[in-house]
Design a protein around this ligand. Structure first.
Ligand code: SF4
Length: 426
């Protein structure tokens, strides 16, 4: 990951400004940098006023959906008749995404401060930070930071707990995450009811992503207008975002840019482009769940919520997976489908059967045993897997398959026609 972190001149560093600086990890180091001042002010401010600042800033959820954060907070009941909860989704498991773990590794107090501010804004007495089971180092760092913050008494009456996941991708889905905290199997729940009405333990709950909450202290310190001014294209997409770039680039890693930044500049200027002698073939711009972009779409894409949709994909979690001209797109799509087949919780027939059959059909195409109707079959399967299940894991498996067949059909047909060397997978 190239630490200690040295930012690229084209980056706008807000969240990542202390990446690589071990002193900022400590309570003393964080307060030396102005940390916990925003929380102290927020705790003396009416929760509605805190929510209004975040609404005005334009901050949107960085976990994938891009829902306006302040608006989400405002859905919580105003009449406090029952306990409220905040859940923090630190279960970052989306293939290609590796930024929340860096926030926890380097600026744990930014997350804790943002968590406590959010809990105050939604009138929650308890916040659970649900951390992916494999995150050994971030877990240890968060434990130390929480102990320091508790010893300093910065949270007032708010209780913050860390909860460790067991490594299931599906527990990053908000309702599965709540089931997991409750000690149940991490199966997604049917919505409605939505968490603001009946969430954790059946009580009003808000769920926010790590990166979203880490931005909140900065917004309260520097103001909503400052955050809104961080915008290069569409005024509905404000602030900075961390993009995790991996795959066929010379300098993979996390890069923080203002929303609206050109994807082309991220790949070529900041990440050095594909390896020498190779050319860009495709890109998945928002983690493995979103449609694939061609080279032309990638090179004309602006990295904000609207810009990526205009090119036919989604900003998602900001995991940018780059493929050069050596990539076998059929194989890559099979690997993604196999991942989703493995991670399906199996509640819905379309997902349980669809992800497994998609994988099997792709494997037989790769093995040179594909049938002439396999591409139509895959598209038909994908249609039945989209928009029909309890959660979007099923859709996530279908998206790269549909976009892959549409945009790289010749590669599939080459296997079907026996013009490509079979690849044995199993
Ligand atoms: Fe489980 Fe898949 Fe249904 Fe989601 S879509 S609830 S992962 S079976």
């Amino acid at each position: 990951m190239g630490f200690p972190h040295k930012s690229h001149p084209k980056e706008t560093v807000v969240l990542s400004q202390y990446f690589g600086d071990a002193d900022a990890r400590t309570y003393k180091g964080w307060t030396k940098r102005g940390g916990y001042e925003a929380l102290a002010r927020a705790l003396k401010t009416d929760p509605v006023a805190v929510t209004d600042i975040v609404k005005e800033s334009g901050l949107r959820g960085r976990g994938g959906a891009g829902f306006p954060t302040g608006l989400k907070w405002s859905f919580m009941p105003k009449e406090k008749k029952r306990p409220h909860y905040l859940c923090v989704n630190a279960d970052e498991s989306e293939p290609g995404t590796f930024k929340d773990r860096e926030i926890m590794r380097w600026t744990p107090h930014a997350l804790l401060e943002g968590t406590a501010i959010a809990a105050h804004a939604i009138r929650a007495e308890v916040a659970y930070i649900y951390i992916r089971g494999e995150f050994t180092e971030p877990w240890t760092i968060m434990e130390q930071a929480l102990a320091e913050a508790n010893a300093a008494g910065v949270f007032g009456t708010i209780k913050v707990y860390l909860h460790r996941g067991a490594g299931a991708y599906i527990c990053g889905e908000e309702t599965a995450l709540m089931n997991s905290i409750e000690g149940k199997r991490g199966n997604p729940r049917i919505k409605p009811p939505f968490p603001a009405a009946a969430g954790l333990f059946g009580l009003p709950t808000t769920i926010n992503n790590v990166e979203t909450l880490a931005a909140v202290p900065h917004i309260l310190t520097r103001g909503a207008a400052w955050y809104r001014s961080l915008c290069l294209s569409n005024p509905k997409s404000t602030g900075t975002k961390l993009f995790s770039v991996c795959g066929h680039v010379q300098r993979p890693g996390n890069y923080e840019v203002t929303l609206g930044f050109p994807l082309k500049d991220l790949i070529y200027d900041m990440c050095g482009g594909p390896p020498t002698g190779r050319t860009l073939k495709a890109c998945i711009p928002g983690g493995s769940s979103v449609p694939i972009l061609t080279r032309e779409e990638t090179e004309s894409c602006l990295l904000d919520y609207e810009g990526v949709v205009e090119r036919g994909s989604m900003l998602g979690s900001g995991g940018v997976i780059v493929f050069d001209d050596s990539a076998d797109m059929v194989y890559q799509i099979m690997r993604l489908a196999k991942f989703y087949a493995h991670e399906s919780c199996a509640q819905c027939t379309q997902c349980r059967e669809g992800t497994a059959w998609t994988t099997k059909i792709l494997e037989r195409i790769l093995a040179g045993q594909g049938k002439p109707k396999d591409l139509d079959l895959l598209l038909d399967l994908s249609e039945n897997m989209t928009g029909k299940t309890i959660c979007v894991l099923s859709d996530s498996c279908a998206a790269p398959v549909v976009s892959g067949i549409k945009k790289f059909r010749a590669e599939f047909e080459a296997y079907l026609a026996g013009k490509r060397q079979p690849v044995m997978v199993g």
